[in-house]
Ligand binder design. Structure first.
Ligand code: G6P
Length: 611
């Protein structure tokens, strides 16, 4: 989390940076700040959103062609003006922005305090810049060398950019564990946590690798490792377009992204699937497909919404590939001494490709000989690069903090991977495979039909907008959808919500049901249809208010439920891609009606690059 942007060139740095920070606000929005060189090195920072920083600096004559900026998701120290980045060094000759956590900061801080350093903030970042300056002054070395020496003593994760009043054309950046992209323009350079602040200026980028330091000095870019070994910048072309990161007439990014799903699912299948020919091609995993086909076990690691996609994948892989699957919260997996055998296949699912816990779980599994398959949305992200092979979800940039189109694209890719393996293993008949492939191709159009129910769902939202609690219940493939529905609602509307397997309800949550409790059933016509009807009756008998997502033409459930949302029929293994859509819309409308900031919900960040 935290977004960083830096610029050096011929433009007004303030404009480039503020605009860039707005694009990165999904990464954190507790405070924002900027450092510029205008009559000395000056830092301007403010608690709150980038817009608050913008108001704070409006009217000031801040002409500078170099600068660094930061939007923060607080870790060390509460969100306030003082803890906001950039931070000065002791002499105020240096300023730093940082995304990540310096784990050994207290030991370093104590050492520096003993030497007479005084700290203004509670942050680990301020300690780092003091530490760098201390080395710079005492070793009489270049700033670049001081940064390198300091980073060799730092434990933790970082993407940093440093500027100095003594070197008006120089930016020094480094990364370990947190992302950093460098944009190369004509006589100008950009640095940012992702490519969105860069895209409108240049499409040529270099993704800095872990343990690398980049120095831009007098218009030249040099890269070396923290061990002082020079490396050649590998310049790549960005494929993203500017429109993809704008709202395009929608009130919120989240709504735009919900409505983009027919297209994003189509994009995800494009070139990979031809049902008529029975052709399934996933270029990114081709070389590892045999290893996956022969795997004795698949472990899925992920967090949040991606973990829910992993749960659906567990059902898919076990049903069609007959390979045992374990789905793990990445954060738990890595700390519990898991049994990983050589040849185990680990599928890491991540929209951002930067989630620290997922990355750490991958490193652990890799060190024990597992094969890592990444399912990421952000091209060139850390998880994509560290995996042995993988398939991108191609959903396009997802900016709303609550994940929507990334989830359905993950389900699409996971279905394609599953069916490729099943086909090769011979655990699916040609006929069943053909049926599933044909149905997969119909999903975008079915999602479109659910989106057409937006007004109806808005009315339901209006009925329940003041609820204090919500239950989401589903069985089989729709159980992870219940979890995802509950997560969406709590993330953006701050209503307490729980997702549960419908049959487990009677072992606890049923105690919560009274006439004030809305219960959303995902009760499409699948193999547990009869069973879930009994669960609906159990809720009704306790006066719970039932909202049911059902298959079009359902005759029974409409007689029991207060509200019914009809979705098109599709094979139950693919239903989550369709049945989750009304739940996304329901949470969106409830959150808007409650006056919540749906794109930037409190306390959350889209990309969680701290453990
Ligand atoms: C954060 C986001 C969630 C996301 C989770 C995992 O918590 O707010 O929306 O599902 O991280 O992120 P990833 O990028 O790894 O999918």
């Amino acid at each position: 989390m935290c977004g960083i942007v830096a610029y050096v060139g011929h433009r007004n740095a303030q404009d480039v940076i503020i605009k860039g920070l707005k694009r990165l606000e999904y990464r954190g929005y507790d405070s924002a700040g900027i450092a510029l060189l205008n009559n000395g090195l000056n830092v301007y920072k403010k608690k709150g959103k980038v817009a608050d920083l913008e108001d704070h600096v409006t009217g000031e004559e801040l002409i500078s062609t170099i600068g660094i900026g930061h939007t923060r998701w607080a870790t060390h120290g509460e969100p306030n003006d003082v803890n906001a980045h950039p931070h000065y060094s002791s002499s105020r000759k240096l300023a730093i922005i940082h995304n990540g956590i310096i784990e050994n900061y207290s030991a370093l801080k104590q050492e520096l305090i003993n030497k007479g350093h005084q700290f203004l903030s509670e942050t680990d970042t301020e300690v780092l810049i003091h530490f760098i300056e201390d080395i710079w002054e005492n070793n009489h070395c270049s700033l670049e060398e001081a940064v390198r020496l300091a980073l060799n003593q730092v434990i933790g994760a970082y993407a940093i950019v440093i500027m100095s009043s003594e070197n008006p054309d120089m930016l020094i950046a480094a990364r370990k564990g947190s992302p950093l992209v460098i944009g190369i323009g004509k006589d100008e350079y950009f640095m940012a946590s992702d490519a969105t602040p860069i895209i409108e200026y240049t499409k040529e980028v270099v993704y800095l690798n872990d343990q690398e330091i980049a120095v831009i000095d007098n218009g030249e870019l040099r890269i070396k490792t923290v061990e002082d070994i020079p490396s050649t910048p590998y310049i790549q072309k960005l494929e993203m377009e500017l429109e993809a990161i704008e709202k395009g007439g929608f009130d919120h990014f989240m709504l735009k992204e919900i409505f983009e799903q027919p297209r994003s699912i189509r994009d995800c299948m494009r070139g990979r699937l031809d049902a008529n020919e029975g052709r399934l091609v996933l270029g990114g995993i081709r070389e590892y497909l045999n290893k996956m086909v022969n795997a004795e076990r698949i472990i899925i690691v992920a967090c949040g919404t991606s973990w829910h996609a992993g749960l659906v994948a567990e059902y898919l892989f076990e049903e069609f590939c007959r390979i045992p699957v374990e789905v793990e919260y990445a954060s738990e997996f890595r700390y519990r001494n898991p049994i990983i055998r050589e040849g185990d296949v680990v599928i890491a699912i991540s929209q951002s490709g930067e989630t620290a816990d997922t990355l750490a779980a991958i490193e652990l599994a890799k060190s024990k000989g597992a094969i890592i398959i990444g399912v990421c949305n952000v091209v060139g992200s850390s998880i994509a690069r560290t995996s042995h092979a993988g398939s991108y979800t191609h959903a396009g940039p997802e900016i709303g903090v609550a994940s929507t189109k990334a989830f359905t694209a993950q389900l699409t890719v996971l279905s394609l991977i599953c069916l490729s393996i099943a086909q090769k293993r011979g655990t699916i008949t040609d006929q069943a495979l053909h049926q599933l492939l044909v149905e997969l191709e119909t999903i975008p159009e079915k999602v479109e039909r659910v989106l057409a129910l937006n007004d109806q769902i808005k009315e339901i939202a209006n009925t329940f907008k003041n609820a204090s609690n919500f239950l989401y219940l589903g069985r089989g493939y729709n159980f992870p959808v219940a979890l995802e529905g509950a997560l969406k609602l709590k993330e953006i509307s701050y209503i307490h919500a729980e997702g549960y397997p419908a049959a487990e309800m009677k072992h606890g949550p049923i105690a919560l049901i009274d006439e004030a409790m809305p219960v959303a059933f995902i009760a499409t016509n699948d193999s547990s249809y009869e069973k879930i009807i009994s669960n609906i009756q159990e809720v009704k008998a306790r006066k719970g208010r039932v909202i049911a997502v059902v298959t079009e033409g359902d005759k029974l459930i409409p007689q029991m439920a207060e509200f019914v949302i009809e979705v098109p029929s599709v094979h139950e293994a693919l239903m989550p891609m369709v049945s989750v859509i009304p739940l996304q819309l329901l949470s969106y409308h409830i959150a808007v009606m409650r006056g919540c900031n749906v794109d930037q919900p409190r306390n959350l960040a889209k990309s969680v690059t701290v453990e």
